[in-house]
Design a protein around this ligand. Structure first.
Ligand code: FES
Length: 125
């Protein structure tokens, strides 16, 4: 199961080599999320309309290795966009992936760009 976690590594905006066309902007509810499949990865994509920003992270919660983060509640903690896992409410920064209410390892985050009504996720492989 730990190998599953190794599937996910944060991609910096400066190291993107592939922009994957994930969906239409209108496919993702405002202030909600959805799961996008890319190769062997499940990516949680969020339209954080209250902040006017989009975020992407691994869908896999490192707590019990459940594929659930796309169904988590998004919110703000002292200016940091975060997602709370729907299972046991562990929260993670959507900006750095850091676990904000515990000592779990950070989740991987991915760059998002919007172009001509479509949402793209950045990958480096
Ligand atoms: S599985 Fe996510 S908090 Fe427990």
């Amino acid at each position: 199961m730990e190998a599953l976690l190794d599937t996910y590594n944060t991609v910096a905006a400066t190291s993107v080599t592939t922009w994957f066309k994930a969906c239409r902007v209108k496919d993702i509810p405002k202030n909600g999320g959805a799961c996008v499949k890319y190769q062997d990865k499940q990516i949680a994509l969020f339209n954080f309309a209250r902040k006017g920003k989009w975020y992407a992270c691994q869908n896999l919660c490192p707590h019990k290795l459940e594929m659930v983060l796309s169904r988590g509640m998004i919110g703000d903690q002292e200016g940091i966009a975060k997602v709370a896992c729907p299972m046991h409410k562990k929260t993670f920064s959507l900006e750095t992936g850091e676990n904000l209410n515990g000592d779990l390892e950070a989740i991987a985050t991915y760059p998002v760009k919007i172009d001509a009504g479509f949402v793209y996720l950045g990958f480096s492989e």
